[in-house]
Design a protein around this ligand. Structure first.
Ligand code: CS2
Length: 496
């Protein structure tokens, strides 16, 4: 039996002969960034960049405190308390090479469900300069078709009436900003790192919509004092599996209860617009630009939409992973045709980026056989993702007279997926979506009304009334339901 060492601060000196551990002292670092939503992505991306900054330049003002606001965050909270917020990042290259490293940039974690005051105090602390967010596309609490803040949400209603009892990100941000204003402290920057076009503008719009209802004077102060930079973030980060945990045990005899795996590629493009200072992330490869919008749009409409395209088709066919889809030449052709003929024509020019090589690199990244990104992860929360990633492209092509059939098949396939809930190999599909029951109900009506699924206005707006879309959609519905063979339809569309 090997001598297993649990990952924590005290054990770092013992671990350093086994794998790469932080070479900087963690204790003197101040917490400058408070981050809400410590999932795999944050740990593979922002925390990794800041870790590099500590490693190479000793950035003592920019440690991170993680925040969890949902019951589901109790797991990371509990593990981080045991592990002193340390975790391993396992970077998997396409050629099989693996680099593992212990990341030290997250210094603490506050759990808002048990201790809301601690969270408010942390955000209101003088050292806190930035509050960053990865709360997922669905976490912004807006109606996907109108883009307006959803005041119907019960938690939001509670917070509006009880400003001292925050529950959601909006209640916490406003409580902390109010405290800072009352104590004459400068505001923090609110930095969204979610996959939403104009993520900073959306965050601003939502925070202000909430604050105006709750406390108009505070809303005015936020308008003046808080900046909300837009950003484009990128690193494929699959769900951690028991094999990843076992890999660390077997290879380094390290016991880490929740490591993160990711691809080697990493990118972050941010607008240089911070209210209260920022870390010098350009030293570790982050690009600061005046306008991030063309980068965001390119990434969301190619990478994220591309993921959804092959993910949904793959789920129906019965491919388990994105790389399995990419081993299927028909999927590769379909993906590229979608990117070339439907997604690219609506993109704006992106300075310094060759779109063809960008698309080539996406194909390579998706094909990385070691990432094993599950189709279930990609399809999860499609009701929050597709309006942004794919339906927006359909709308723009309808306006410009561009092609829509390849994207429309994805909407049909999405309906079929919620209708059948088993794949073509007869296995149940793992569906994870906050709106599953509504989607399932609407999909089930397809045999009575072929347009039933797209009549869900909160997702599709008035698309069902668009003649070209409705007729493309209903003829594909007919075909898909008749053949029950998604690859056959993909082939047909590509040869038409
Ligand atoms: C994925 C993203 O969840 C999804 O649908 O497309 O998580 C994607 O892997 C990341 O945005 C890559 O940067």
């Amino acid at each position: 039996m090997k001598n297993y060492i649990p990952l924590n601060q005290n054990n770092l000196s013992k671990l350093k002969n086994r794998l790469k551990v932080p070479t900087y002292e963690r204790s003197p670092i101040k917490i400058g960034v408070v981050h809400i939503g410590v999932g795999g992505f944050h740990r593979a991306h922002q925390a990794y960049y800041l870790h590099q900054l500590h490693e190479q330049f000793g950035a003592t003002d920019w440690g991170i405190c993680g925040i969890g606001l949902r019951e589901a965050d109790r797991k990371i909270y509990t593990i981080f308390k045991k592990q002193d917020s340390l975790y391993s990042l396992i970077i998997k290259h396409p050629n099989g090479e693996i680099n593992s490293e212990v990341i030290g940039s997250i210094l603490d974690f506050d759990f808002g469900v048990d201790a809301p005051e601690a969270v408010v105090n942390r955000m209101a602390h003088v050292d806190t300069k930035i509050v960053s967010l990865t709360i997922t596309e669905g976490g912004y609490n807006f109606n996907p078709s109108t883009g307006e803040f959803d005041f119907e949400n019960k938690d939001i209603q509670h917070e509006l009436k009880n400003p001292n009892e925050p529950i959601t990100v909006y209640g916490f941000l406003t409580a902390a900003l109010r405290k800072r204003r009352d104590e004459n402290l400068p505001a923090f920057t609110i930095m969204s790192c979610d996959n939403i076009e104009h993520n900073g503008d959306v965050a601003r719009k939502m925070v202000l919509a909430f604050a105006r209802r709750q406390d108009p004077e505070l809303a005015e102060w936020i308008t003046q004092e808080v900046s909300f930079p837009n950003s484009m973030v990128d690193r494929i980060t699959p769900v951690t599996t028991p094999e990843d945990i076992a890999y660390l045990v077997d290879t380094y005899a390290v016991q880490d209860e929740w490591p993160v795996t990711c691809e080697p590629f990493i990118q972050w493009v941010v607008e240089d617009n911070f209210s209260n200072g920022r870390p010098e992330l350009e030293k570790v490869g982050v690009q600061f630009v005046p306008d991030v919008k063309p980068y965001e749009k390119m990434k969301l409409r190619l990478l994220n939409a591309g993921h959804s395209v092959i993910g949904i088709l793959g789920a129906i066919h019965g491919h388990n992973t994105i790389n399995a889809c990419m081993e299927d030449p028909l999927f590769v052709t379909y993906l590229r045709a979608f990117m070339d003929t439907e997604a690219s024509p609506v993109l704006d020019e992106v300075k310094g980026i060759n779109l063809e090589s960008y698309k080539d690199s996406l194909e390579e990244r998706f094909a990385n056989p070691n990432i094993k990104d599950s189709v279930a992860r990609i399809c999860s929360e499609s009701s929050a993702k597709l309006p942004k990633f794919l339906i927006a492209t359909i709308h723009e092509n309808l306006e410009s007279g561009g092609n829509i059939k390849l994207a429309t098949l994805i909407i049909v396939a999405w309906c079929y997926y919620h209708d059948k809930t088993i794949d073509e190999k007869g296995r149940p599909i793992e569906i994870i979506d906050a709106q599953t029951s509504e989607l399932h109900k609407a999909a089930k009506l397809t045999n009575q009304d072929p347009l039933a699924f797209i009549k869900q206005e909160s997702l599709f707006g008035n698309l069902a009334q668009n003649e070209r879309f409705a007729s493309t959609y209903s003829s594909l519905v007919k075909n898909v339901y008749k053949t029950n063979n998604i690859k056959k339809i993909m082939e047909q569309l590509l040869t038409e």
